[in-house]
Design a protein around this ligand. Structure first.
Ligand code: ADP
Ligand code: ZN
Ligand code: ZN
Length: 730
């Protein structure tokens, strides 16, 4: 190998933790972030160049050459690579997988998004063909129909099951031909005009907007304000001058399908190109959105968790809306927190970051307390928007019918008679969470999980909500064979049925993951609600995200009590968040809302603090408890999860880690303990908690632990993973 050979270090999509060296053919040129096709064992993989001229520490004669340098149109910019490298270190996840995850699928597979493509397009003659006239030539009819919408690539046609015979047939008739389409170069967007909708900002909003715009240091902003206090308006004002000067804004939201109203706020306000990265995009559309962001031709990029890796040519600001939301944490594979990465990335790019919420996470509040974040508070609502009133109904002394107390049934009736809407919140879908035998009290359990099966009335099935197992024949008790089985407990379907019977003149809309599975169904529910006609909405926490229901004047919350006695130390924090998030959907416009909470914990001090003094005091109390118990955010945690066919295998695997590693005194190894649901989908899960109040010690020891684990003989038999800053113990 000549002395002048250039070596590059490449992130290759494998579970191995290191970079791999390749030599670069003489006539090829790469930069950091170039995609290259490389040999990897018997396979050829697409990797990304991370280092140039790097000195391999292995025998250079064994180094293989890069096979192909892929189109520069798919390069990953250095700013995103920097984020990937940081995340790979921090989350102890293999760099190759992190980098691959940052690329849109088609780029990951090696395609070049800016390469000319061959499109089958209709000729003027083909455009005149009336589809009806084709009679029984179904295949041709389908093909022409598709082409009438737009030209199609060969891949798209085969995905539509259109044969090459059909294509040739219409080519022969001169109805269509292959045309080379060169993608238009992407131009930077220009700042568009603004429509203020006649809103004058309040003093508090003005203070918050100023603080971000006059930013004196690099600290993140935590924007805390009850629902309806005008946080979105603050985002809109902050980004207005940025867009006008050609800067881009990245906005993260919890779940796009659920927030059409938020999206249209941005669309209505600004006349700039907006790229929305949502889950129903095709791979090609996603790659195009990514490119438009990278080339600076989209002004606003709005997306969920994974959008944090979208490149920005002219970064201006990053906003994380509903920063407390659990969906920002990826719960499998590469377990990162998009909220935390947003803070990091904003620091790397030198732009402001705003984390907004009515119910901030304890982590973020703690960061504000300790001076790491600036706290911006919106305490009052804009004029004309009344706060909701909380009322506790103590179920210990009240009789209930289908889970509803008499007082609540009366309240519902009054609101409906008043032509108003009512929202019933119950965080459990299905008809009832338990099917019980009336003779022997046997309860239907999932065979593959530590979980009870939920009864679904509409399909007459028992479903496991954890592994998806469905049983159709529910006829008899598996213990005593009795056929006297009955559903016990409440789910959305049961409440829906009960309310339909109680208030037959009013529509009952059930909104949960089952009823919104179809694309566009959420939108149609929302437009039905927005007609303002009296109705009862029954829903899970899907309803707690980003919606505004001006005519809902009563929110009733049922069956929330498990939040008080869960084994998960985060349960109370989540309970407080959900109560205020759901409660905040009411009381908009001129009609003040009431939130009625049915609970056996009506006199619990936490509950009282929450509804009387509000979230801030509630959260301060919880922070104090966490401090005393040395729990996050006052300590740092990482989990090693082990999963195996038996509980003992998983357990002894973790035990052998504990026996083998020596960790410094500042780090504690706790466990093994069973996961909160030990058996899931037929596998047993055990946890090892690595805890420390010193973050860098934790990370140093975690590296040792991982190295040790990888060297264990069982490490190939037991499925194991690392979770840094875990948010659940499942
Ligand atoms: P949040 O994001 O905190 O829930 P929004 O920004 O959506 O709050 O504001 C709630 C409602 O109040 C919206 O309809 C918004 O248009 C309106 N609003 C916000 N700020 C003002 C203001 N300064 N004056 C009048 N209305 C406002
Ligand atoms: Zn029985
Ligand atoms: Zn199951």
């Amino acid at each position: 190998m000549p002395d002048s050979t250039i070596f590059v270090a490449v992130a290759v999509p494998t579970p191995l933790r290191n970079l791999f060296h390749y030599s670069l053919p003489q006539d090829e040129q790469v930069t950091i972030g170039s995609r290259v096709r490389v040999p990897f064992g018997p396979r050829k993989l697409v990797g990304v160049v991370i280092e140039l001229n790097s000195k391999p520490d292995i025998d250079v004669t064994k180094i293989k050459p890069v096979l192909e340098v892929l189109g520069h149109g798919g390069n990953l910019p250095e700013s995103v690579l920097r984020l990937c490298r940081w995340a790979s270190d921090y989350y102890h996840h293999p760099i190759g997988e992190v980098v691959a995850g940052a690329l849109p699928t088609i780029l990951r597979k090696g395609a070049d998004p800016q390469e000319p493509t061959q499109l089958l397009t209709l000729t003027p003659e083909g455009q005149l063909i009336d589809l009806q006239s084709l009679g029984r030539a179904h295949a041709q009819r389908k093909l022409l129909g598709a082409l009438q919408q737009s030209g199609r690539t060969r891949e798209e046609l085969s995905a539509m099951d259109i044969s090459s015979q059909s294509v040739r047939a219409i080519e022969k008739k001169d109805w269509a031909l292959w045309r080379t389409e060169v993608p238009k170069p992407l131009e930077p967007f220009t700042g568009g005009s603004v429509n203020h909708a006649g809103i004058t900002v309040t003093e508090e909003q003005a203070t918050a907007i100023d603080a971000v715009q006059q930013r004196t240091d690099g600290k993140p902003f935590l924007l805390y304000g009850v629902t309806g206090s005008g946080k979105t308006e603050v985002y809109l004002r902050v980004i207005e001058p940025l867009l006008a000067s050609g800067k881009q804004v990245l906005i993260l939201v919890p779940e796009i399908g659920l927030t059409p109203q938020t999206i249209s706020r941005f669309q209505d306000r600004f006349d700039v190109p907006i790229t929305i990265l949502h889950s129903s995009l095709t791979d090609k559309q996603r790659a195009l959105g990514w490119l438009r962001a990278r080339e600076g031709s989209a002004g606003i990029i709005l997306g969920t968790r994974s959008a944090i890796f979208t490149p920005l040519k002219f970064p201006g600001a990053i906003i994380v809306d509903e920063e407390h939301d659990a969906s920002y944490k990826q719960q499998d594979g590469f377990r990162y927190s998009a909220r935390d990465l947003a803070v990091l990335r904003a620091g790397f790019e030198g732009v402001p970051v705003i984390l907004g919420s009515a119910t901030p996470s304890l982590e973020s509040l703690h960061n504000a307390d300790s001076g790491k974040y600036h706290l911006l508070k919106l305490g009052t609502r804009p004029p004309g928007i009344e706060p909701e009133r909380y009322e506790l109904l103590d179920t210990r002394h009240l009789e209930q019918k289908d889970g509803l107390t008499r007082a609540l049934r009366r309240q519902i009736g009054e609101r409906l008679a008043n032509a108003e809407q009512v929202l019933i919140f119950i965080n459990r879908r299905g008809f009832s969470p338990v099917m019980i035998c009336n003779e022997c009290s046997w309860i239907a359990h999932c065979r593959r999980c530590d979980a009870k099966l939920t009864y679904h009335l509409s399909t007459n099935t028992l479903v496991c909500h954890h592994c998806g197992t469905i049983s159709h024949n529910i006829i008899s008790c598996q213990s005593c064979r009795s056929s006297h089985l009955s559903p016990l407990g409440l789910g959305t379907q049961r409440i829906e049925q009960a309310l339909t019977a109680m208030f037959p003149e009013f529509p009952v809309l059930r909104i949960d993951r089952d009823s919104t599975r179809r694309k566009g169904s959420m939108e149609s529910f929302i437009s039905e609600i927005n007609t303002g006609e009296p109705a009862i909405l029954v829903g899970t926490q899907l309803l707690a995200k980003g919606h505004h229901f001006p005519n809902v004047t009563l929110v009733a919350m049922l069956d929330i009590d498990s939040g008080f006695y869960s084994a998960d130390f985060r349960a109370t924090e989540r309970l407080g968040q959900i109560i205020l998030q759901v409660g905040g959907r009411s009381g908009r416009a001129d009609k003040p809302g009431t939130v009625t909470i049915q609970t056996a914990f009506a006199t619990h001090p936490l509950m009282e603090t929450l509804v009387v003094n509000g979230y801030f005091e509630f959260a301060s109390g919880l922070l104090l408890e966490r401090k005393e118990a040395a729990l996050p955010p006052f300590a740092f945690h990482a989990l090693i999860r082990a999963e195996a066919n038996s509980s003992t295998t998983a357990r002894s695997f973790l035990e052998s880690i504990i026996n083998k590693v020596k960790v410094r005194d500042s780090v504690n190894l706790l466990g093994p303990i069973p996961a909160l649901m030990e058996k899931k989908a037929g596998r047993y899960r055990q946890l090892l908690i690595v805890a420390s109040d010193n973050r860098s010690d934790l990370h140093r020891e975690l590296s040792h632990i991982i190295a040790t684990t990888e060297s264990l003989p069982d490490s190939k038999k037991v499925r194991w993973s690392v979770d840094v800053d875990p948010t659940d113990m499942y």
